[in-house]
Design a protein around this ligand. Structure first.
Ligand SMILES: Nc1ncnc2c1ncn2[C@@H]1O[C@H](COP(=O)(O)OP(=O)(O)OP(=O)(O)O)[C@@H](O)[C@H]1O
Length: 821
């Protein structure tokens, strides 16, 4: 029955009361959502459960707490409790790593994208597949990651947030309809001059305003909450995937150049690398989460509005009006689709350019001192300005493209829809209503004037209600169109997130070396050492090994037994560090029968005594050329990569660390820097030589079976270097030294010389017993001394020659004088 002839009923006050009660219940539910608990210092350091009292800490207390980043799971599981400082308090956050089985099950769901799809994101099947994979496997997994695998997906926090968010979205639409009706009723009472009805309507209006405004703010809050939950889920997943241990080491291998970027290429590239991973993991994940959370609201609410308002209106508009309404929808979609630019691709390009600019800024920050020494500020400024301008030009071009789009959109949504609205309202009045139904006919009963007044009031009420519904409809249509644009942008961001996850998943794990018994030797058999991915354009295997270029070292055979120290030498760029990378397992080997044999890591002590070290002795520990300093305290520099909790668990002591620092001649450091717990930017605070010695201190702390020292003492004086070498050997550590310093030869028993110049050749020389080496060393010293004398002798010879030539000239002159006479 058409609404027009039947004035709308005022909202029943009972439904309002129910709505208010529901809101109150929801609010109480919200307040009881899991909260982070502040914990007391003592409870935390003892590793006990959550303390209830909120205790404020002094700076020193906080530093002590932060020394321990994690509390381990008391039950010995994988889980940890992360200690996060928050407003002078420490918040405990339980962390459960994603089981590796889940990651390997997920991998087949993330096949690599062909470059054509990667470069042209759109709203299509490919986009839906990517979004589905991310949502199904990462954002809303059927089981929690807690490792228990028991909690059903519908009980996860994200589902609670989505459910609550959806409830409020529906509530808002219901409230909008109630407001539209009440609006009409108030105006009707006004036209009727019904003061009592008007005041009642106004009272209801204020009452309705309470849940309406509350609903709006809750929708905003829940949208942010949803975005944050999505971001946390994705970030945690990517962290676990990216910062993976051997044999994956994805953080190390993911940044490689992808030579195969032909846009028309339909096949995914196996040697794909990602430039600017940090942009993907930080900014893109955030933007994606916000876009998705926003889109959910922006899509659900207007769709609901559209459905409900259309059904409300179609009742008053009749068949013709409803057909007109749908024709209007169709025309709008057709026009806007025709003028919509490729927002997905534009968003993806913007994210990439943003990443390039951000990376450039980070590089200057990291290398500030080097840049300052060169006074390279203006050069860096030019590079960064160029990157910034590229970004801005792109963003500007998007803005320009948007002018035409938004102009059309506004014109269509605001004006076309309003005009259509007026036309639709006019349909029942002008074409379908008889005068009788409009209340203008004469009758016997009642006064005619009253009846006319009632009819006018009824029409006004219906007009006001319908107009409000139509305006809301136009607004819903507008938001739906904006949502279409947002959807395109989401497609661009989804492609980037998918690319990140699929690239990480598709990095083949490094080959695991053959394991020998714990006291065995390290062996390389028929190994070709190649740069991974080099020459991928010519020909490459599944590991991205280029076979177009000769290897750095060919057919390398090497046995390093315990106690037989090896020195690797050769000119710069010849491949010495490359050999170390193969030994440490960072680079895969190549060659048909190539094999790497490594002894198994030592066994952890099973003794229950508190002083027993629960960590197995590492087989290989590498000290790289560039000393790396970790964020944390001075103590954490020495024990890296162990944490403070590991240090405590292993029963190690600060006295022991003092002894270690003494053997690397850094005993003064704790006192100079204000104690072991001092936190500083150690990369800047320590000198080059100090950083190198700190690298060696780590070797003394971990006492591995083999230590690869890659020119890590180049800034240390020879005598100190020698004493450190002797100390390391004294601890039973077998040294593999990469160096160009002949003075280090005496500490080794084998010498591997790489020939270079593209020959890929090498020679291995045994250097005899220690006594012989010391003898050779003495001879070298003698010869070096003699060589130093050679310069003095040469100088003397020159003097003598000069003397002789002066005399000869003198004699010649005398002879010529005599002849003239
Ligand atoms: N990730 C990489 N990508 C491309 N080329 C690489 C990569 N790593 C090393 N190379 C190249 O491999 C060659 C050997 O490098 P490596 O670091 O092993 O040299 P090195 O002998 O240790 O030199 P130096 O004495 O200068 O440290 C060099 O030409 C280097 O440019």
């Amino acid at each position: 029955m058409p609404v027009f002839s039947k004035p709308l009923k005022p909202p029943p006050p009972r439904s309002l009361t129910i709505a208010l009660i529901v809101l109150l219940i929801l609010r109480t539910r919200l307040l009881t959502l899991p909260k982070d608990a502040a914990v007391s210092l003592s409870g935390m350091l003892k590793g006990k459960g959550k303390g209830k009292e909120k205790q404020r800490f002094t700076k020193e207390d906080l530093a002590a707490v932060l020394q321990q980043v994690y509390l381990d799971d008391p039950k010995g599981g994988d889980g940890k409790t992360l200690l996060v400082p928050y407003r002078d308090q420490v918040v405990k956050v339980p962390i459960h790593p994603i089981p590796t089985s889940k990651l390997s099950n997920d991998a087949p769901h993330f096949p690599l994208l062909p470059p054509a799809t990667k470069n042209k994101p759109n709203i299509d099947i490919a986009f839906l597949k990517q979004l589905n994979a991310i949502l199904q496997r990462i954002a809303l997994p059927p089981h929690s990651w807690s490792g228990k695998g028991a909690s059903p997906w519908w009980r996860s926090k994200i589902m609670a947030v989505i459910g609550l968010h959806s409830t409020f979205l529906v509530l808002r639409t219901v409230l909008s309809i109630m407001v539209a009706r009440l609006d009409g009723r108030i105006v009707r009472d006004l036209v009727r001059a019904d003061g009592k009805g008007f005041m009642k309507g106004l009272g209801l209006w204020f009452l309705l305003a309470i849940p309406s405004t509350y609903t709006n703010s809750m929708i905003r809050h829940l949208q942010s909450s949803l975005a944050l939950t999505l971001r946390t889920r994705l970030t945690r997943y990517v962290h676990d995937l990216y910062l993976s241990a051997f044999p994956d080491l994805r953080y190390y291998r993911v940044t490689g150049s992808n030579n195969n970027t032909n846009e028309d290429d339909k096949k995914p590239s196996t040697s794909a690398g990602l430039e600017g991973v940090e942009q993907y993991i930080t900014a893109d994940v955030e933007a994606w989460s916000e876009a998705l959370a926003g889109l959910y609201g922006n899509l659900l609410k207007p769709t609901l509005d559209l459905l409900l308002f259309t059904s409300q209106l179609s009742r008053s508009l009749g068949v013709r009006g409803t057909i007109l309404l749908f024709a209007n929808y169709y025309a709008t979609v057709a026009i806007l689709r025709a003028v919509t630019p490729a927002f997905g691709r534009l968003a993806a390009v913007e994210a990439r350019l943003e990443g390039e600019y951000r990376r450039g800024m980070g590089r200057v920050g990291r290398e500030a001192e080097e840049v300052a020494f060169y006074d390279g500020g203006s050069r860096e400024r030019d590079i960064l300005t160029k990157a910034y301008l590229r970004l801005i030009k792109h963003v500007n071009s998007i803005y320009k493209i948007r002018i035409a789009y938004e102009w059309t959109e506004d014109y269509v949504i605001k004006y076309l829809w309003s005009a259509a609205g007026y036309a639709l309202i006019a349909v029942p009045i002008l074409f379908t209503r008889t005068k009788r139904s409009l209340g203008i006919q004469t009758g016997r009963e009642g006064r005619r004037e009253d009846r006319v007044n009632d009819a006018v009031a009824g029409r006004t009420e219906t007009y006001i209600s319908n107009r409000r519904l139509l305006l809301s409809l136009a607004d819903a249509g507008g938001r739906l169109m904006y949502a279409y644009k947002d959807l395109l942008e989401l497609a661009g961001l989804t492609t980037r997130i998918y690319t990140l996850v699929s690239t990480l998943h598709n990095l083949p794990p490094l080959p695991v070396p053959t394991i020998a018994d714990a006291d065995g030797a390290i062996e390389l058999r028929k190994v070709d050492v190649r740069i991974p991915g080099a020459g991928a354009g010519s020909s490459s295997d599944a590991d991205g090994h280029g076979h177009g270029e000769p290897p750095l070292v060919r057919d390398l055979n090497l046995v390093i037994k315990r106690g037989e120290h090896l020195m690797i030498t050769g000119s710069n760029g010849v491949g010495k560090t490359a050999v170390a990378r193969v030994l440490a397992g960072l680079w895969p080997t190549s060659g048909d029968d190539a094999e790497v044999v490594r002894p198994v890591d030592g066994v952890a002590s099973s003794s229950s005594s508190s002083s027993a070290n629960p960590f197995p002795q590492q087989t290989i520990f590498v000290v790289p050329q560039r000393a790396y300093m970790v964020t944390g305290s001075l103590l954490e520099q020495v024990i890296y990569p162990h944490s403070y909790a590991d240090f405590v668990r292993a029963g190690r002591t600060e006295e022991e660390l003092e002894g270690i620092l003494e053997s690397v001649f850094l005993k003064y450091l704790p006192e100079r820097e204000g104690g072991w717990k001092t936190r500083k930017e150690w990369r800047d605070v320590l000198s080059g030589g100090e950083k190198q010695r700190m690298g060696l201190a780590r070797v003394f702390y971990h006492r591995p079976k083999f230590a690869i020292l890659d020119e890590c003492t180049s800034a240390v004086s020879s005598d100190v270097e020698g004493r450190m070498y002797e100390a390391a050997k004294g601890l039973g550590i077998t040294l593999i030294t990469i160096s160009l310093r002949p003075s280090l030869m005496k500490y080794h028993t084998q010498l591997l010389t790489l020939s270079g110049e593209g020959s890929s050749r090498w020679t291995l020389t045994r250097m005899g017993s220690e006594k012989e080496r010391v003898g050779v060393d003495r001879e070298i010293a003698l010869l070096e001394k003699k060589l130093a004398d050679v310069q003095v002798w040469e100088e003397r010879v020159r003097e003598l020659e000069e003397l002789l030539s002066v005399r000869a000239e003198k004699k010649e002159g005398e002879r010529e004088g005599e002849a003239e006479r």
